[in-house]
Design a protein around this ligand. Structure first.
Ligand SMILES: [Fe+2]
Ligand SMILES: [Fe+2]
Length: 637
């Protein structure tokens, strides 16, 4: 044997027959390199070291390596060409066995790595699902992640609704679908929960329905394939996996339905050939993964639904509380709800600014909810204000006015009595008619004076600004005296009554005004009692500052511009605007929109409220939300 034969020929001569018996295939893959492949696919590589044309048979040696995929080859044995065939055969067999073992190990490692990846994916998915509170967002996330896990081209998600515990009355709502290959519009629809549909069967049977090919569903299956979507869109559904999402108590909350698992998840299915070549049945591992994900999804759904329920209870409770507070003063009914609407709208407008002072302000949904709730509860502290003060429409409380009226009547009657007694005495002593006439006139004048007293008191009782002269008149009346039934001298008006009637503006005394104002600090202290949680923690702060003014003259803390939170500044505008325009106070006329906006401008000039915010309030016509709301309410009726 000379070195003139190449390795491949040499091997054929040296080992040919044995190799064929062992079922090996010899293939020269490069100059001086031969690949030996066994029946199970295991391989060995023979490589001849030394250059061509070397005549020394002892020198070039044959390096045998166990081939292992893409990893670098490694010398396993070394021979010269005089190696006996049986030794060479054994060495190649051993190299191939090592290759097989290595391959096996590599497979295991790959599968472990894959499982490790999938486990991490599932943990990540679990984490991200538990962070989503909005049910629709959550459903989209569940569908997306499930499709990603198994490499499904499309999918849809359904939720079980209604029934109130009666299984037969439940319905299945198709919520959304996703498809990597085609675009189409999908709308929600409701269908009965029945095993006639694939998703329905997953609900009824409480287990996964795995269909390798929807066009070959066994005759005895209760469900069939609804081909209307495929017919409408030209899509071709083949493999389907429907997995129920079940909560801890075993109720099915929904179904994830995955369609068309692909060999290569990145491929788009366009032509019939793509569907033929790419779509494969869901395998066991896919099913296990989606089932694991679906059980996480069930818990996340339950949490999201609970969150929705708690939010609804919370909203209902807040609204009921506000209603209860407003019941105490029916004349301001609806004020808190309107202030909440105006505040939320203005906050949205502020948040939407991309230039100017508010360009950096962004309120997300949680922020807006916090601001809206704070606005709803801004006058919550009125529970701490006496009802009579809250509803006081005139300067005197009605019972007090009644007492004055009775006193006036008594004085009147006393004058008449005195007059009659005196007249009787005069008649008994036999006076002239003329003297009696003078006496009668005096009595009439006295009575007229009393009537005038009552007129002045009634006029002064109105919450309008008192004309200058009326102050003296009230004081004069107060200084007049009469004798009560015990013969004690009394003043026409008591000091408290005089104080009330002399209120220069409005209907409240300084003390009562202070009591009304205390509602702001009550709002803070009451709302502070509530454990609002992270996203709502500023409610007491925002609500409690709605009467603060930029120049520090507001209450309860006299905060200045930079210390007043932006939502409270927004709320202050909404509060003033509604107090001006509300038409439900019988004793106070609502002002026109133009006048109300003008008054807001005056408030800006006085440095009470924020001018930029008022400008946005006007530019964006924020007040229109009230009209829209009225329209919606009327429509509902
Ligand atoms: Fe208030
Ligand atoms: Fe208010």
């Amino acid at each position: 044997m000379t070195r003139s034969t190449n390795l491949s020929e040499w091997l054929e001569d040296h080992l040919g027959e044995r190799a064929r018996r062992s079922g090996w295939k010899l293939k020269q893959i490069a100059e001086g390199v031969v690949e030996v492949t066994g029946g199970d696919g295991q391989q060995a590589l023979l490589e001849e070291e030394g250059g061509e044309g070397t005549e020394n048979d002892d020198r070039p040696c044959i390096l045998i390596a166990a081939r292992e995929g893409t990893t670098s080859d490694e010398h396993f044995d070394v021979f010269t060409r005089d190696v006996p065939p049986n030794r060479l055969h054994r060495a190649i067999s051993n190299a191939m066995e090592i290759h097989r073992l290595r391959n096996h190990e590599a497979d295991r490692e790959r599968s472990l790595r894959r499982r490790d990846y999938e486990l991490k994916e599932l943990i990540e998915i679990g984490k991200s699902l538990s962070a989503v509170n909005d049910v629709d967002d959550l459903l989209a996330e569940i569908l997306e992640k499930s499709r990603h896990l198994v490499g499904a081209d499309a999918g849809s998600i359904y939720v079980v609704e209604g029934g109130d515990g009666v299984e037969s009355e439940r319905t299945l709502r198709f919520k959304m679908s996703q498809n990597d290959s085609i675009e189409y519009e999908s709308r929600e629809f409701v269908m009965p929960v029945s095993a006639a549909s694939i998703a329905g069967a997953a609900v009824v049977m409480k287990r996964s329905i795995d269909i390798p090919d929807v066009h070959a569903i066994p005759e005895d299956a209760p469900y069939g394939f609804d081909s209307s979507f495929d017919e409408r869109t030209g899509y071709r559904t083949c493999s389907v996996l429907a997995v129920p999402m079940i909560n801890q108590t075993g109720d099915v909350l929904g179904v994830v339905q995955l369609i068309n698992k692909k060999r290569n998840p990145a491929t788009k299915l366009v032509s019939p050939v793509d569907f033929e070549r790419e779509v494969i049945p869901m395998d066991t591992r896919s099913r296990e993964l989606v089932e694991t994900l679906a059980s996480q999804a069930g818990v996340a759904m339950e949490n999201a639904l609970l969150y929705v329920e708690i939010s609804r209870i919370f909203d209902g409770f807040v609204r009921a509380s506000v209603h209860a507070i407003e019941q105490r003063d029916p004349t301001t009914s609806g004020h808190s709800f309107r202030v909440a609407m105006l505040t939320k709208r203005l906050a949205q407008v502020v948040s939407g600014q991309d230039s100017g002072r508010f360009a950096d302000v962004h309120f997300d949904d949680d922020d807006l909810k916090e601001i809206e709730t704070a606005a709803l509860l801004h006058d919550f502290g009125k529970v701490g204000v006496r009802e009579e003060v809250l509803v006081k429409a005139k300067k005197l409380y009605p019972p007090n006015l009644k007492i004055i009226r009775a006193r006036i009547d008594f004085i009147r009657r006393s004058i008449e009595n005195d007059h009659l007694q005196r007249r009787l005495m005069m008649i008994e002593t036999g006076v002239e008619d003329q003297e009696l006439a003078i006496l009668d006139q005096a009595c009439e004048r006295a009575l007229a004076e009393i009537d005038e007293c009552w007129r002045v008191i009634s006029a002064a009782n109105e919450p309008t600004v008192l004309p200058e002269g009326d102050f003296q008149k009230v004081e004069q009346i107060a200084s007049r005296t009469y004798f009560d039934l015990n013969g004690d001298r009394k003043q026409y008006l008591e000091p408290k009554e005089v104080e009330a009637l002399l209120i220069a503006k409005g209907s409240l005394t300084a003390e009562e005004l202070e009591e009304i104002r205390s509602h702001a600090s009550h709002t803070i202290s009451f709302l502070k009692e509530i454990p609002w949680g992270r996203s709502m923690r500023n409610i007491p702060l925002f609500a409690g500052a709605h009467h603060e003014k930029l120049n520090g003259t507001g209450y309860p803390h006299g905060l200045e511009d930079e210390d007043i939170p932006l939502p409270a500044k927004i709320m202050a505008i909404a509060d003033i605007f509604d107090a001006l325009t509300a038409s439900d106070r019988p004793y106070k006329k609502a002002v026109s929109l133009e006048r109300a906006l003008q008054i807001l401008d005056f408030e800006v000039k006085d440095h009470h409220i924020d001018g930029d915010l008022v400008q946005l309030f006007k530019d964006a016509e924020v007040y229109r939300v009230l009209k829209q709301d009225e329209g919606e309410k009327a429509e509902k009726k």
